[in-house]
Design a protein around this ligand. Structure first.
Ligand code: 9MR
Ligand code: 9MR
Length: 565
């Protein structure tokens, strides 16, 4: 009875916006827990009650003292923070941060390459999430596990049936990455993640050609990042119906698997419904792959040509079926990725097909589907098309240039930079949705891309600031990448991490992050703040704030590797 009343009071408190986050309150120092680059700008945050911040070297000698800037209130977190700029500290080392009113004295690192391990690890996470093959000790150490989900016997769901592949017939569609904490494979999300890895290789070629991930394909003639992307891309290719070029939306169980290791999850799997979104995203990635693969014909014989052929076939299907929205069949309960707005998918596919073929019809399509840029999300993909087009800008025909795509993209990214400069936390994110940390990572990716294009330092600085947020300088105080930081995420919603009997989670995964999309995932008595930037719990039940996903890690690969290069 008393517990009931207590719970009731608690819920009233929560609904009223009462903050229960144990991390809230006074005396905080928020900082990038992996460290800062010696020659780059450096910013940490303190709460408003914290005074003069002193930096002590290994001998306890003060090397710098900074008066925090005026407090700035952030509506998203319900707290005020003061910026501490310590950019003048450039000597690599460990420094203790002390300040009156602070409840801790954290040690911060300054180094020439503080993100090297991280960049490799966020990429290696894709290997650890592979379906269809064993993860072996030589490459994974204690994270080794037997193969799961071979997907060599997959049923054609009634929604996916055609004249040749009838309902209930069997196809083979192996490999790929698990999407997230669940074991299903979804084309829409796979496509954007795969593309971003291709793009990371292209934009930071020297770095990614030599980055050794210690995976089975290492040393076999292709850069590891490409070989890893190929593990998923090969699965994607098998999702196209050879009869008509349409692409199944997903390969999935009927219900989400139990929380067990992959090899213990053996329920039947289905390919479900072809959709226009999946087919266009497939077309974009396959067209792009035809270019990415060109220098690696020895490692992947014939694959570049096959890719282009499949991409064009997918495009034709999409033109003939321009509005097949994914509608979840009644017996299928897994993720939907049900995008309803497809102009951006048409734009992205047209852009990639033009770049791969130079054909007039695709140039016309770029213009026909032209739209203003936006930061990428799984359902918002035109930004990826912009990145590809701008990278090849000089080769674009005049009418395509005349869309104003370069200026439009730059103004989008400039807006992001402007927001981050005036934001109390130094970030561009304003809307906190499911996977909020990936919004920060995607914004950082766009900024770093602009830096590559223009060499303008303002983009680089703002991208670094996004990385600072992800690595601890955020309102929860967590370093959001598993396996890293002083305050680590320990309980991600990720079946292998939950079921493997090892206390710590698999490393290198970006947790989704704070948002208020749903509160129904954890038991009702769970304490969770009711303000967007702090509404996060490090609990396995909290799939809405603490799951991981391939499309969230991918932009972090771009960002962390691009900064580490
Ligand atoms: O594990 C699932 C996760 O990958 C999804 O993002 C999430 C929302 O669709 O659903 C999770 O599965 C839960 C299901 O929806 C309801 N029963 C409990 C499942 C978690 O173990
Ligand atoms: O990332 C997706 C998020 O934008 C949606 O709000 C959410 C609920 O539909 O689903 C997320 O995607 C999940 C997918 O449906 C199933 N695998 C796990 C994904 C991450 O939570």
């Amino acid at each position: 009875m008393y517990t009931r009343i207590f719970t009731l009071l608690l819920s009233v408190g929560l609904l009223a916006g009462f903050q229960h986050s144990p991390d809230e309150g006074k005396g905080r120092i928020l900082y990038n827990q992996l460290g800062y680059i010696n020659y780059a700008p450096k910013l940490l945050l303190v709460s408003e009650d914290v005074g003069l911040v002193r930096f002590l070297d290994g001998d306890g000698k003060e090397v710098l003292a900074v008066k925090p800037a005026a407090a700035q209130f952030w509506e998203a977190s319900g707290t005020a923070v003061r910026k501490v700029d310590f950019s003048s500290l450039t000597v690599p080392g460990r420094y203790t941060v002390v300040a009156p009113g602070a409840k801790e004295q954290p040690a911060i690192t300054i180094s020439s390459a503080p993100y090297h391990k991280l960049a490799r690890s966020v990429m290696k996470a894709f290997y650890l999430n592979r379906a269809g093959m064993p993860i072996v000790e030589q490459y994974a150490g204690k994270w080794a596990r037997p193969a799961g989900h071979p997907d060599t016997l997959v049923y054609v769901h009634p929604s996916a049936a055609g004249p040749i592949r009838k309902a209930g017939s069997v196809i083979s569609s192996p490999l790929g990455w698990y999407d997230a904490g669940d074991y299903n494979k979804y084309i829409v999300n796979s496509a954007i993640a795969t593309y971003i890895l291709f793009k990371a290789l292209e934009d930071f070629p020297a770095y990614y050609r030599k980055l050794n991930l210690n995976i089975p394909e290492t040393g076999k003639g292709a850069p590891d990042i490409l070989a890893e992307a190929m593990h998923n891309y090969r699965w994607m290719l098998s999702m196209q119906d050879p009869a008509d070029g349409g692409v199944y939306h997903k390969l999935t169980n009927k219900l989400f698997d139990e929380v067990v290791m992959p090899d213990k999850a053996t329920k039947e799997r289905y390919v479900v419904m072809k959709s226009t979104a999946a087919t266009l995203d497939f077309a974009a990635v396959a067209a792009h792959a035809s270019q990415t693969l060109k220098p690696y014909g020895k490692a992947y014989p014939g694959l570049a040509a096959e890719s282009l052929e499949k991409a064009e076939k997918a495009w034709i299907w999409a033109l003939q079926h321009p509005d097949v929205i994914y509608i979840q069949p009644g017996d299928i309960k897994t993720g939907a990725y049900g995008d309803r707005y497809l102009k951006d998918e048409f734009f992205w596919a047209a852009a990639e097909l033009y770049l791969a073929t130079g054909k007039q019809e695709y140039a016309d399509a770029i213009i026909r589907y032209y739209m203003k840029p936006a930061t990428p999300e799984w359902a918002v993909v035109q930004g990826l098309g912009f990145m590809s087009l701008i990278s090849a800008y000089d080769k674009l025909p005049v009418p395509v240039k005349n869309t104003g795509l370069k200026a439009d993209f730059m103004s989008h990214v400039d807006k992001l930079v402007a927001i981050s400069l005036s934001s109390p936390y130094g970030v561009s994110i304003q809307k906190f949705a499911w996977g909020s940390n990936s919004y920060v990572a995607n914004e950082g990716m766009l900024k770093l891309f602009m830096f590559q294009m223009t060499a303008d330092q303002k983009y680089y600085r703002s991208a670094l600031s996004d990385l600072d947020y992800i690595l601890g300088r955020n309102a929860t105080g967590y370093c959001f990448v598993t396996g890293y930081g002083d305050k680590q995420v320990m309980h991600i919603h990720h079946r292998p991490s939950q079921a493997d009997g090892i206390p710590e989670p698999l490393p290198g995964f970006l947790a989704g992050g704070p948002n208020m999309d749903t509160f129904s995932d954890c038991p009702p008595e769970t304490l969770r703040a009711r303000l967007p930037a702090i509404s996060y719990v490090d609990l396995e039940c909290s799939y809405s704030t603490n799951e991981i996903a391939i499309n969230w890690n991918a932009p972090l690969v771009y960002l962390a590797g691009g900064v580490d290069k």
